[in-house]
Write a protein of this length. Structure first.
Length: 342
């Protein structure tokens, strides 16, 4: 692996935790990874695979059980606390619920490594807090009680706090957990932009594989006792994504780069027309157990066209012909014809 611009590396790392009995429970061993400046890395894996433990080990919130972690060429255990707080910031899954704490005050807590023991903000600190709120589009939340804002808004504020801490590395554990779909996309887009624009290394754990494929420069994929790494496309090409679903009803479709349910197709039909509409139609047909395949001259076929301002699906099934104006009606006709569903 090229060492150019590596800011974080781990060598032969073992992670896990100490049990109350005094013994240790290892989760992953022999971990060798590297993160470069200015890239967004998404850590994915099944529940209990060690994602949070790895992040907490990097953040020095729990000790490594073996091996080493280096940040900017220096072992993390040799950093003084004050120096470390300027090197790495961490956003956990814990929801902050402190009464009468306003959003701006929470963001200002990110300046603690720079304010001295009195914690007094200078004009420079205030400017950084304001800029952090601006970067996450949360200026309007500045004076609001954090217990009275939405989960998505609170997550923006937590990210702003990490930005205000002004560290070259930002770790986030499941930053889109508990968020609705629009907020998940917005938060991930924000983090991707942060890495690209500021040159910070952003490392997050996530269960949202489809979203990770769209934003990650690199993915660390935990599968059993190994971690695979590479660009999303690398893991698609070499088949590592499918390792996550070997014993499930899901599979990764290399052609569409999407996760789908494993299906058994009972029928096949030819579809022609606008490329985008064909793709959408194919998804609907797959859902009801019909595979898109074959040739134009076969008896079962669909032609997608536009009549005036309306999109229509001209459906030919043997000697039968229908024109429908929605995928819902198309699906109904196909299920009625092939599967005798009313």
């Amino acid at each position: 692996m090229l060492n150019t611009n590596n800011i974080l590396t781990c060598s032969d790392l073992t992670i896990g935790y100490k049990l109350s009995s005094g013994f240790t429970q290892q989760i992953l061993t022999g971990i060798n990874l590297a993160a470069r400046k200015g890239e967004m890395i998404v850590l994915v894996g099944k529940n209990g695979s060690g994602k949070s433990t790895l992040l907490r080990t990097f953040a020095m919130l729990q000790p490594a059980l073996g091996g080493s972690v280096m940040v900017q060429g220096k072992n993390i255990n040799s950093y003084a606390k004050s120096e470390w707080a300027r090197m790495l910031s961490y956003v956990s899954t814990e929801i902050v619920r402190v009464q009468n704490l306003r959003a701006r005050e929470l963001v200002a807590l990110g300046r603690y490594p720079y304010t001295g023991w009195m914690g007094k903000l200078t004009e420079h600190d205030e400017d950084i807090v304001e800029e952090a709120l601006t970067q996450v589009n949360a200026q309007y939340l500045s004076g609001k009680d954090i217990t009275k804002i939405s989960d998505g808004e609170r997550q923006r504020v937590m990210i702003a706090r990490a930005i205000a801490q002004d560290t070259p590395i930002i770790l986030l554990d499941e930053p889109t957990a508990f968020l609705d779909l629009p907020n998940r996309y917005e938060i991930m887009r924000l983090l991707h932009r942060l890495a690209g624009d500021s040159g910070k290394t952003v490392l997050i754990s996530s269960h949202d594989l489809s979203l990770a494929l769209q934003v990650a420069d690199k993915i660390w994929l935990i599968e059993e006792d190994k971690i695979f790494e590479g660009a999303p496309e690398d893991l698609i090409i070499n088949g590592n994504f499918n390792k996550l679903f070997q014993n499930s009803e899901l599979e990764f479709d290399v052609r569409t780069a999407e996760f789908t349910f494993k299906k058994k197709y009972n029928r096949q039909i030819f579809v022609s027309g606008d490329k985008n509409l064909c793709r959408i139609t194919e998804k609907a047909l797959n859902r009801i157990g019909i595979k898109v395949a074959g040739k134009a001259e076969q008896k079962d076929r669909i032609l997608i066209s536009q009549k005036g301002e309306e999109i229509c699906w001209e459906l030919t099934l043997g000697e039968n012909f229908w024109t429908v104006y929605s995928i819902y009606d198309l699906s109904f006709r196909l299920k009625q014809y092939y599967f005798n569903q009313n």
